[in-house]
Design a protein around this ligand. Structure first.
Ligand code: CP
Length: 313
């Protein structure tokens, strides 16, 4: 039996609250390991993990690689841009060839929503979703919620989190909503109407179009970038980045003017000068680098807990 209620981590939607709390408890242990002079444990010594990245990444790919190495797993890295995918090889063929090299776990990022789910139905390895198009980015949501808990020093019950920016094209928004709601937080989304899908209120979140109202309401602001690469070029969702920055850009001056302190988060990469000014991103309000640091412990926890099954064979 896996230590979680699922064999794969495909989305937060599939997790129980207890799974999330178990991941947090395990990540707390691994955070202790990461702060020791010797930052490595032998937990996954006989496990081989393939990081399959069909879409660009800095944080997630490095974080998964480091997490696997800290657990003593063998790691292979695949990047679509330098692979035979460029010669027309399919996702299934690519993956089956990699699995023929006796791989136990696959961490996959892909631009198509549902790609890791598809893969999990066709291969015997454990699959971890590292971001599938506009759908889910489960480990980002886990590290975000874990970082809020660490910053506030208590659980998320009743904590008000505003997710601000391009909700429409964001897998981080959807996974965050699922995770935060399961943990008892209150969630608001804020952005221009053209970047907020109409179905979103059916997920039990508040919708706000004015940045000032959202910032005055929340304890935590998780700010997302405008995902120009996912927007339909024939339809303009916003008049310009400059106008977006004027209405939704967050500066240190705005944060300092609020009646109560707000914790500022961003999953990265930041578009400085658009959704955040540099003085906000680098201010004492921001926990952006703590999120990155916590990401390694969270990913160690996810890999470790999902590998429980594999270790028993
Ligand atoms: N937050 C995040 O997913 O960043 P990368 O795209 O750099 O992995």
């Amino acid at each position: 039996m896996s230590a979680l209620s699922t064999k794969h981590l495909l989305g937060i939607k599939d997790l129980q609250k207890d799974d999330i709390l178990r991941i947090f408890d395990t990540a707390d242990e691994f955070k202790g390991v990461l702060n020791r002079p010797i930052k490595k444990v032998p937990s996954l010594r006989d496990i081989t993990i393939a990081n399959l990245f069909f879409e660009n990444s800095t944080r997630t790919r490095l974080s998964f690689e480091l997490a696997a190495k800290r657990l003593s797993a063998d790691v292979i890295n695949f990047s679509a841009s330098t692979s035979s995918v460029k010669k027309g090889e399919t996702l299934i063929d690519t993956t089956k060839n990699i699995l023929a090299m006796k791989v136990d776990m696959v961490v996959m990022r892909h631009s198509s929503p549902g790609a890791p789910h598809f893969l999990s139905r066709h291969i015997p390895a454990v699959v971890v979703n590292a971001g599938d198009g506009t759908h889910e980015h489960p480990t980002q949501a886990l590290l975000d919620a874990f970082s809020i808990r660490a910053k506030l020093g208590h659980d998320l019950e009743g904590v008000r989190v505003a997710i601000i920016g391009d909700i429409w094209h964001s897998r981080v928004a959807l996974s965050n909503i699922f995770a935060l709601k399961k943990l008892g937080a209150e969630v608001m989304v804020c952005g221009p109407p053209t970047l907020i899908p109409t179905y979103i209120s059916s997920l039990g979140v508040k919708v706000e179009y004015k940045l000032e109202h959202a910032l005055n309401w929340c304890d935590v602001a998780n700010v997302l970038r405008i995902q120009l690469e996912r927007q339909d070029s024939s339809v303009q969702d916003i008049p310009s980045l400059r106008e977006y920055a004027q209405f939704y850009g967050i500066s240190k001056k705005i944060l300092d003017s609020l009646a109560k302190p707000v914790v500022l988060m961003h999953p990265g990469p930041i578009n400085r000068g658009v959704e955040l000014t540099s003085d906000a991103a680098d201010s004492k309000h921001a926990i952006i680098l703590e999120q990155v640091e916590n990401g390694v412990a969270i990913r160690m926890a996810v890999l470790y807990l999902l590998a429980t099954d594999l270790n028993q064979h």
